[in-house]
Design a protein around this ligand. Structure first.
Ligand SMILES: [Zn+2]
Length: 220
């Protein structure tokens, strides 16, 4: 049985409830590692074609796009059509579901939004999407900070790899406490400069020094 906070919409002629329940339980367990065992209220709305996804997103999506999260609702292609309707393999379904659920948990329990590289990085860390990724291009982190910049410059690989480095370096609790304090101390829509100086103060280490350390690890 799924927690009562989760509403699942799906087509019972195509998907079996027990199979979907297994996916969702695994995705929740992955999230509990960072957030503890509690569940915000949200809906998972499974879709069965690219056309249904485009309608949910409100625009024509690229074939690598498989889902969309808006407020407390996750729209996601069903695992039954995942390969047919996108460029992903069905093995990506669980990490993608875990990632989208991580955004819901983050919105509820951390309320951090900026920097976007960290917001995406948290979801990538929980979904372990940092595996088997090679970085082509390292951007200045101040160019990955807000949604407007992210729309032009969505460096998921950099976000996933660097955030994973931060979690390994400082541990889950310290990163959790930091993320929770960010909106309270410098605001949800903070600027890059304010973020860097708050980071330096919180961790008592310079952000740019950590970036240098990390760059060595990805260039190996
Ligand atoms: Zn995301």
């Amino acid at each position: 049985m799924l927690p009562k906070e989760i509403k699942l919409k799906f087509n019972p002629k195509i998907d079996s409830y027990s199979k979907l329940e297994l996916y969702i339980s695994q995705a929740l367990d992955n999230n509990f590692r960072l957030f503890g065992k509690r569940v915000p209220t949200f809906t998972i709305d499974l879709l069965y074609s690219r056309a249904e996804l485009d309608k949910a997103v409100g625009l024509e999506t690229s074939e690598w796009v498989v889902g969309h999260t808006h407020k407390n609702r996750i729209y996601l292609l069903s695992p039954s059509v995942f390969e047919k309707a996108s460029s992903h393999m069905v093995s990506d379904f669980l990490p993608v579901l875990t990632h989208e659920i991580a955004h819901i948990f983050t919105n509820e329990f951390l309320q951090i939004l900026h920097p976007i590289w960290l917001y995406e990085g948290i979801a990538g860390y929980i979904a372990e999407q940092y595996h088997n990724r090679k970085i082509n291009m390292i951007d200045n982190f101040s160019f990955l900070h807000d949604s407007k910049q992210w729309a032009k410059n969505s460096n998921y690989t950099q976000s996933y790899l660097f955030t994973n480095f931060l979690f390994k370096h400082f541990g889950l609790k310290k990163i959790y406490d930091f993320c929770k304090s960010v909106p309270q101390k410098i605001g949800k829509y903070n600027q890059a400069e304010a973020f860097f100086s708050y980071f330096d103060q919180f961790f008592e280490v310079k952000f740019i020094e950590l970036v240098k350390k990390w760059e060595i690890t990805v260039k190996e």
